[in-house]
Structure formats: structure tokens, C-alpha cells
Design a protein around this ligand. Structure first.
Ligand code: ASP
Length: 329
């Protein structure tokens, strides 16, 4: 029932009582129209894949469509800024990754504060990354790739999704690990970066398995390793970068769902309940498992689980990034 209709039905209520109960009524009626889920990168990319799979399962719980809106630019920070300024009514939600924790250290003039401008719904999945090359890149494995890169550094390009993207972070760690600086090419998501890798316009890309698995299976890219310390269940024959000599190389992408600060608690509870059910959905679980992604434990699928994790990641990456001195305005 819409808030308007429920108010007319209860017309004998005094105006003062109406004012006092308005937030509760709004929450009861929620959601009465489609919800927008903002994705900070291009459609078809890894964050988008998670958003659409989980969003669809959540929409079944909420009884309203969840419409994905891809808001691109500045490594995800433009989308985050717009969500921070959106109406806190539950009709704007936001999914992001590690970029929420790295942005404060990366950007001098950030238009939002991840720790004070949002409400937290919960964490979603953890996703490993893969280091890929274009199909016709000569090296067959990481031990061959490293000397090849060193010999051809001035000619090779590394794609990423902008400052604050995990592809950029992974690329920085990789270049540091092998002691080489490559020419980098920024995109507004790793979907367009992948298109150019497939087309041979760029040479290397580090990206989440939620996008790369299909291309790896099709044999349309060269796979040099996974960024976890253990091999993945979804691709057990693929060695880790760590076991191939890049000791301690680990980048795991975590996704969380947010809402603008001030979104009413009953609304957040409703969205969180839908998230928890969605993460138990057999189709979602199978799809994530096939793509190498791991649904986070229930204790992390909570506002507190996300808030605590974001804080610890913000502290951790802030120190690393400030020491490395990689900034933008
Ligand atoms: N994989 C991207 C990143 O590097 C984001 C995306 O397109 O989902 O952050």
C-alpha cells in the first residue's frame, strides 16, 4: 500500500500523530517503486556482473525491480559522490569494492567521506583477480613473462579502470613486484579494457574472475596466474602469482552494498534481509562459485560487518598509498 493511500485510509489520525509516524509508514510501504543500484564501472564488467546477479535475487525478495545504473568515471569516485548526495530513502543503493577504502588516500579532493556519508547494508562476495595478457603475447607463463616485460617495457601497455580501481591497484603492485614501470591505459571499467585486450590494442590487464573466467575458458586471453595465495577451486590448474615467484602477491576484491547517509533503519533492515536471502539463493551461489567468487560469511553480510571492514581497509591502504605517493586531485 502506498504511503498516500495508507494516510487517506487512516484519515481520522491527528496531523501531529501523522508527522510522528511518517518515517515508520514510509518504511512499512518500502519499496513501493523500483530501486536504483548504482554501479561505479561499465556494464558487463566484474562489478556489474555481481550487481546484476545479486540485485536480481534481492529484487525477488523486495517485490520491486532493482535497476542497475552504471555511473562511470574517476575510478568509481564519481558514482560514490553522487550516491552520497542522493535522497536517503532506500531507492538509491550502491555497490562498490576496495575502491571505497583506497579513494580517501588516492584523491586529494574527494567529494565524499566513505566513513561518514553512507549507511552500510553488508558485504557481498570476495573475488580473486587474474593477470592476463593479450592472446598473442609470446610468454606462456609468468617466469617467461617477467623477462619479456623487462626487455619490452617501453612498448607494452597495461590497462586499468582508473585511479581507485582494483585493476589499477593490482597493476601497481605487479609493477612494483617486478621492478618495472609500464605505460598504463585507463578505462571507465574493465569491460572496455577487456574489449581492447581481446582486440590487441593493449597488452596486459589484471582483473576480477567475475569477468575474466569466460575469456580464460574460451582461450581468448593468456592467463599468467591468480592473485590469491591458494589456487582457486574454480581453476585449480592455474598457478598463483605467489607460487610462481612473486612471494606474498595477494589482491582480493571485496564488494559491499551502501546507501546514502540517513536512509531509515527499517529500510536498511529490509534491504539487508533481502541481501542475506539473495546470498543463500542457489542460482546466485552457483554463478558466483563458477566465477571463482566466494560469498562472504553471514557475519560480514551485515551493516556492522561492512563498516568494520571498510574502516580497517581504509587504515591499511591509507598507509600503503601515502607511502607510495600515488595521488590525484
Ligand atoms: N574491475 C574493475 C576495477 O578494476 C571494475 C569493473 O569494471 O568492475 O576496479
Amino acid at each position: 500500500m502506498s504511503v498516500f493511500r495508507s494516510l487517506t485510509a487512516g484519515a481520522m489520525l491527528a496531523v501531529s500523530t501523522l508527522a510522528a509516524t511518517a518515517p515508520a509508514l514510509a518504511a512499512d510501504a518500502y519499496p513501493s517503486r523500483p530501486i536504483t543500484l548504482v554501479v561505479p564501472f561499465a556494464a558487463g564488467g566484474p562489478t556489474d556482473v555481481v550487481a546484476r546477479a545479486v540485485g536480481l535475487a534481492m529484487s525477488k525478495q523486495l517485490g520491486q525491480p532493482i535497476v542497475v545504473e552504471n555511473k562511470l568515471g574517476a575510478g568509481g569516485t564519481l558514482a560514490a559522490g553522487s550516491v552520497a548526495r542522493a535522497q536517503p530513502d532506500g531507492y538509491t543503493l550502491f555497490i562498490h569494492h576496495n575502491g571505497m577504502a583506497t579513494a580517501p588516500a588516492l584523491y586529494r579532493k574527494l567529494q565524499f567521506n566513505p566513513l561518514t556519508d553512507f549507511e552500510y547494508v553488508g558485504q557481498v562476495v570476495d573475488v580473486p583477480m587474474t593477470l592476463l595478457g593479450r592472446k598473442d603475447l609470446p610468454p606462456k607463463n609468468l617466469p617467461e613473462l617477467i623477462p619479456y616485460i623487462k626487455a619490452n617495457a617501453s612498448k607494452l601497455t597495461l590497462a586499468h579502470a582508473g585511479l581507485g580501481a582494483v585493476s589499477q591497484l593490482c597493476g601497481v603492485i605487479f609493477q612494483q613486484a617486478i621492478g618495472v614501470q609500464l605505460q598504463t591505459v585507463p578505462y571507465k571499467g574493465t569491460a572496455p579494457a577487456m574489449t581492447d585486450l581481446l582486440g590487441g590494442q593493449v597488452d596486459l590487464l589484471c582483473d576480477q574472475t567475475t569477468q575474466t573466467t569466460a575469456y580464460i575458458k574460451a582461450g581468448s586471453v593468456k592467463l599468467y596466474g591468480v592473485t590469491t595465495l591458494q589456487r582457486l577451486k574454480a581453476m585449480p590448474e592455474t598457478p598463483t602469482l605467489d607460487e610462481q615467484g612473486l612471494k606474498g602477491f595477494q589482491v582480493v576484491v571485496w564488494h559491499g552494498i551502501y546507501a546514502p547517509k540517513g536512509t531509515p533503519k527499517p529500510v536498511l533492515d529490509r534491504v539487508n534481509a533481502a541481501l542475506k536471502v539473495a546470498l543463500k539463493d542457489a542460482t546466485v551461489r552457483q554463478r558466483m562459485a563458477d566465477l571463482g567468487a566466494e560469498i562472504v560469511p553471514e557475519s560480514k553480510q551485515t551493516p556492522e560487518g561492512l563498516r568494520t571492514w571498510l574502516k580497517s581497509e581504509t587504515d591499511r591502504w591509507g598507509t600503503v598509498i601515502r607511502a607510495a605517493g600515488e595521488f590525484a586531485d
